[in-house]
Design a protein around this ligand. Structure first.
Ligand SMILES: C=C1C[C@]23C[C@@]1(O)CC[C@H]2[C@@]12CCC[C@@](C)(C(=O)O1)[C@H]2[C@@H]3C(=O)O
Ligand SMILES: O=C(O)CCC(=O)C(=O)O
Ligand SMILES: [Fe+2]
Length: 362
């Protein structure tokens, strides 16, 4: 572990000159290490009409219907009347900004160590790509205290921890409410999925927070903030700062549709585990973050999965008389390990063929 001091650790001083940890702010041209050749595989389109990611007012009587429809057709939706105070979102954003504004040598004191989930660094999927992304990330699993203490040597880590903890608390409730709505929209109740019922006060859901920073980029057409991926979660609730960057892939013909930031609006992604649980009725959607020439963009993903020991499999009630489960059962940790090995092929790797249906249904 690096010493708890303001001085750069010798090892980290070296890494400052490595392209993995360069200071984005001082760069005038995208270096080869960060230049992606195939970013324009599909056109990018601004949202309009049926391409716009649905906005659901959670207080509306139609919320259930609209959430169900969005999970099936888009795999993503935006929410209003979610109950998260604007002032808390502002405080969260300023703490994320404060974190990423620290000098690199300081951030590296809280670097994610090999094999662990939490800490500062490249997004975990970086290892699948020959090129580096135009971003920095900070993952928080459990209490933020251990890492925050390394980032801010004096008492000022408390501000960061308090906001993260306050946000996690309200987001856990919201995530439970969203999960409940998603299940209800499939015609499922607590009896079908005991761990996801609202009476559990969402206390059982496992959660992780991913904070993302996308510095302004001198050549935004040559770099990517976060490469195309689906989330492994049941659902992910995303907060994005005022700068556009999130895009979701829409099919037929394939096109990247921007999800522009709307004040006070949060975005919900259907994750792979909900895709599995719903036997493919809900779709986990491919999404990515592009970068911007002038604006630094921030986002915070509240990633929600089932309790670690729970095997997630297609719910029996959703299977027709002649239709078996399309996926085998997996726990979240098992699925994350598959994702860590196979990346975007993880979901396909647990797909069952018809001959495997009988003995696998739960
Ligand atoms: C629980 C997790 C999901 C995640 C990998 C992680 O261990 C922590 C970070 C998550 C994240 C956020 C950015 C995109 C993503 C694909 C990645 O590389 O790290 C997701 C992972 C995921 O959903 O599989
Ligand atoms: O920054 C964004 O808009 C996307 C972030 C994201 O997809 C993630 O953290 O999983
Ligand atoms: Fe994501």
């Amino acid at each position: 572990m690096p010493p708890l001091s303001d001085e750069p650790h010798p090892h980290h001083t070296l890494r400052l000159h490595h392209p993995r940890h360069f200071q984005f702010e001082s760069i005038r041209k995208v270096p080869d290490s960060h230049a992606w050749p195939d970013l324009h595989d599909h056109p990018s389109v601004e949202p309009s009409g049926p391409d716009s990611v649905p906005v659901v007012d959670l207080a509306s009587p139609d919320a259930l219907l609209l959430v169900g429809r969005a999970c099936q057709d888009f795999g993503v939706f935006q929410i209003t009347s979610h109950g998260i105070p604007t002032d808390l979102l502002d405080r969260l954003e300023s703490q994320i900004r404060r974190l990423f504004s620290l000098p690199t040598h300081q951030k590296l004191k809280a670097a994610r160590s090999p094999g662990s989930i939490s800490g500062y660094g490249l997004v975990p999927i970086s290892s699948f790509f020959p090129k580096l992304m135009w971003s920095e990330g900070f993952t928080i699993a459990g209490s933020p205290l251990e890492h925050a203490r390394k980032l801010w040597p004096n008492e000022s880590y408390a501000e960061f921890c308090n906001v993260i903890e306050e946000y996690s608390k309200v987001m856990k409730k919201l995530a439970g409410r969203l999960m409940h709505l998603m299940l209800l929209s499939l015609g499922l109740t607590e009896e079908d999925i005991s761990w996801a019922g609202p009476t559990k006060d969402s206390g059982d859901l496992s959660t992780v927070m991913q904070l993302n920073s996308y510095p302004a980029c001198p050549e935004p057409d040559r770099a990517v903030g976060l490469a195309a991926h689906t989330d492994s979660s049941l659902l992910t609730v995303l907060y994005q700062s005022r700068t556009s960057g999130l895009q979701v892939l829409r099919p037929d013909p394939p096109r990247w549709v921007t999800v522009p930031p709307l004040p006070g609006v949060l975005i919900v992604h259907v994750g792979d585990l909900s895709h599995i649980l719903s036997n493919g009725r809900f779709r986990s959607v491919l999404h990515r973050a592009v970068v911007n020439r002038t604006h630094h963009r921030l986002s915070a993903a509240y990633i929600c999965g089932p309790p670690a020991h729970v095997k997630v499999s297609p719910v029996k009630k959703l299977l027709g008389p002649s239709q078996g489960p399309a996926y085998r059962a997996v726990t979240w940790p098992e699925y994350l390990a598959l994702k860590g090995k196979l990346f975007n092929e993880a979901l396909a790797s647990i797909k069952l063929c018809e001959e495997q249906w009988e003995d696998r249904s739960n």
